[in-house]
Design a protein around this ligand. Structure first.
Ligand code: ATP
Ligand code: LTN
Length: 329
């Protein structure tokens, strides 16, 4: 029997090449080897304020992006998180097991709550990792393919699964996180000290998967660079290193090959070359995306949710019994 993988992305903004390279690309590569379930994490998205109509549109768009990235609905289960009520139910139970100090240690929480002030930020931002643990544990997930920034949440998921199992008996599979082969975090184009993020203040932080060619060229032109003019891959030049990483991940060339190509040339030439690489990748991607209708994704999501509900509901019956809840009938 194949092991199960589970992952998701929140429909909270424009997906960018960091999301693709850090997470979604490897999902497509894993779908033959594993039994795969992919969710659109709309419950997570509302931990930041969302406009309802935009949230609906983004939810469909993310599902389309999964398909355009090569996720095959014949092989995988795709569904919208809020369609399966067991996620919030299990999150409540796990929320009684998690410790405040464990949640206070989460980097994502610290970063995000700092932006608006911790005392003003919603409690959902704080308990976010508990809902994520519920997503993963409901499906007996063995492997969770995500970007590096999410690894801390997977660690917490393991802790909670073990804690539950110790207290109530073997119930959950202990999952493992899985980084893409390269494992890099793509940094912001306007600030290479922070990860590229769809909720960044400036759109010059990221290249969205739906940006057109002109926008891409403009954003790459404006991307910050380091001092000096040679094209070298080094930790001393974090901005350039990040741009070279993007170049290599999308072109298949090594960093050394890129350095050689641009020997004796400057940032202008390199940035033009990088723009062509990014446009060359995104143009066919966007053509695929445009070819997927709302109706087609809705149908795929309807089929997916049936499968997800069956698995989640069986697991929750077991969890309720272990915890000591009286059966309703
Ligand atoms: P936000 O900044 O709004 O929280 P995000 O851009 O970080 O959003 P998520 O939905 O949190 O996006 O992440 C989706 C997936 O993409 C996760 O697996 C995450 O690890 C990965 N990911 C996000 N940003 C990057 C990045 N800059 N580089 C590599 N992987 C990333
Ligand atoms: N928090 C994740 C999205 C997410 C997820 C999950 C990833 C929600 N539930 C379950 C893996 C498994 C993020 O990338 N921000």
């Amino acid at each position: 029997m194949k092991q199960r993988i589970f992952s998701g992305v929140q429909p909270s903004g424009n997906l960018h090449i960091g999301n693709y390279l850090g997470a979604i690309r490897q999902w497509g590569e894993l779908q033959d080897q594993y039994e795969a379930i992919f969710s659109v994490a709309d419950l997570h998205a509302i931990t930041a304020p969302q406009d309802p109509e935009t949230l609906r549109q983004k939810t469909l768009e993310i599902a389309k992006i999964y398909l355009a990235a090569g996720i095959d609905p014949e092989k995988c289960t795709l569904f919208v998180q809020s369609h399966v009520k067991e996620h919030t139910e299990l999150a409540w139970i796990l929320g009684t097991l998690v410790r405040m100090a464990e949640l206070e240690r989460m980097t994502q929480y610290k970063d995000k709550s700092q932006k608006g002030g911790a005392s003003e930020s919603g409690a959902g931002l704080f308990t976010y990792p508990v809902l994520m643990a519920a997503d993963i544990l409901l499906y007996d997930t063995a492997v969770v393919p995500v970007g590096k920034d999410q690894m801390q949440h997977i660690e917490l998921t393991r802790t909670l699964a073990k804690r539950f199992n110790d207290r109530f008996g073997e119930t959950f599979v202990i999952p493992e996180g899985k980084l893409s082969k390269e494992g890099q975090v793509i940094m912001g184009l306007d600030d290479p000290s922070k990860k590229m993020s769809k909720s960044a203040a400036s759109e010059y932080n990221y290249i969205s998967l739906t940006d057109d060619a002109d926008t891409i060229r403009k954003k790459i032109k404006k991307a910050v660079t380091d001092s000096g003019s040679e094209i070298v891959y080094s930790d001393d030049k974090p901005a350039l290193k990040n741009l070279i990483n993007i170049y290599t991940l999308l072109s298949g060339k090594t960093a050394q090959e890129v350095e050689e190509m641009y020997q004796g040339k400057g940032y202008g030439d390199f940035k033009e070359g990088l723009s062509e690489v990014v446009v060359g990748f995104l143009t066919p991607f966007q053509e695929k995306l445009a070819g997927i209708s709302d109706e087609a994704v809705e149908e795929i999501l309807r089929k997916g949710v049936e499968k997800a509900r069956a698995l989640a509901s069986a697991k929750m019956t077991q969890v309720r019994e272990r915890v000591g809840f009286l059966p309703a009938e």
